[in-house]
Design a protein around this ligand. Structure first.
Ligand code: ADP
Ligand code: TRP
Length: 321
């Protein structure tokens, strides 16, 4: 089973990205054939400062390697290193009705928030379809917000196949049930664009500050507290096994502790969880030439899969003459 995902290098990675996508990817190495890339072309829709985008892309690569991406077992690359994807994007555009893109939640949400809409924001799902179809992907693990984009890739692929024969594998999305949407510090979906994130590799003081800001109910210290629906609990449980989660529930129910205590606990849990990864991260941060070599190796592996697909597309669409 080939499992593929991309993560945009548009900001620091947060625990929503981790549980919603990165961890699933890393855990499935060895079971599935993992294809993972840094979507820097997609990040161009929101990051217009070139120096910043270049740096975010390198930082995201370092984060992935630190978190356990194994470049030998998996195929791991930067999107722009396999440029054939842009050619496929154009070919697929001819099979993408305007109405399909106009119904896109992500595009509609962003424009409703007043984010200036460029053509690349509008046509973003076509590039995402190209990412998916270029590599014969079977499964796309995503957070709930991305399901529609995978559906669009299926629609576009089906239209193309109906016309030209079985060129593309039709992909399916996969959402991990218990972590479908990780809440942010304000209780909304955690997202870089909402400024409500707990970052994977932030500074300790900053993380403490952010966790202190988590919105909780005002209940007297001695009273029992609701853990169900509590943002602190809901974030903590992602890091806990069943016994640890039960223990935390009991502390809520017992009373005598305030949300401040639970926030301190949450900080410790998150900090400890990522400790070994932080150490690995430092190694890659100090050895960026090695990171570049790993990425070039990954791009070559990815291109080997992409070339026969793009050849078929060229020949089917009459671009090969
Ligand atoms: P952001 O919303 O911070 O910009 P992205 O859109 O770059 O994050 O998402 C990268 C990946 O992480 C996607 O697969 C997305 O579905 C997943 N993801 C992002 N935020 C969350 C969240 N709060 N809960 C679960 N998954 C998430
Ligand atoms: N759109 C995805 C996101 O914002 C990132 C992405 C780009 C992606 N191409 C992809 C995810 C292909 C899965 C498959 O999260």
């Amino acid at each position: 089973m080939r499992v593929l995902t991309g993560i945009q290098s548009s900001g620091d990675l947060h625990i929503g990205n981790y549980f919603g996508s990165i961890k699933q990817m890393i855990d499935s190495q060895g079971k599935d054939e993992v294809f993972a890339f840094i979507a820097n072309y997609h990040a161009m829709t929101s990051v217009h400062d070139g120096e910043r985008l270049a740096s975010l892309t390198m930082q995201a690569a370092i984060d992935f390697l630190a978190l356990g991406m194994d470049p030998k077992q998996s195929t791991f690359w930067v999107q722009s290193d396999v440029k054939e994807v842009l050619e496929l994007y154009w070919a697929l555009s001819a099979f993408t009705p305007m109405g399909l893109l106009e119904r896109g939640h992500s595009y509609k949400d962003k424009t409703a928030k007043g984010i200036a809409s460029n053509h690349n924001l509008f046509s973003y799902p076509v590039l995402m379809a190209a990412d998916i179809l270029m590599f014969n992907s079977d499964i796309i693990p995503v957070g709930k917000d991305q399901i529609q984009h995978v559906e669009m890739a299926r629609d576009i692929a089906t239209k193309f196949n109906n016309m030209h024969g079985d060129v593309f594998v039709i992909p399916e999305h996969r959402v991990a049930e218990n972590v479908a949407t990780v809440p942010g510090v304000d209780g909304q979906k955690m997202s870089k664009s909402y400024g409500n994130t707990i970052n994977i590799f932030g500074e300790e003081k900053k993380q403490q500050k952010v966790i202190k800001k988590i919105v909780t109910e005002a209940v007297p210290l001695e009273d029992p507290k609701e853990w169900e629906g509590c943002n602190v609990y809901n974030i903590a449980k992602l890091f806990l096994n069943a016994d640890e989660a039960k223990e935390l529930q009991a502390r809520y129910e017992r009373g005598g502790e305030g949300h401040g205590h639970f926030k301190l606990y949450l900080h410790d849990v998150v900090w400890e969880y990522f400790r070994p990864y932080r150490e690995k991260r430092e190694y890659f941060e100090n050895n960026q030439d090695e990171v570049r070599e790993i990425l070039a190796f990954g791009a070559n592996k990815a291109r080997e899969v992409a070339l026969p697909v793009i050849e078929k597309v060229r020949s089917a669409t009459g671009i090969q003459y």
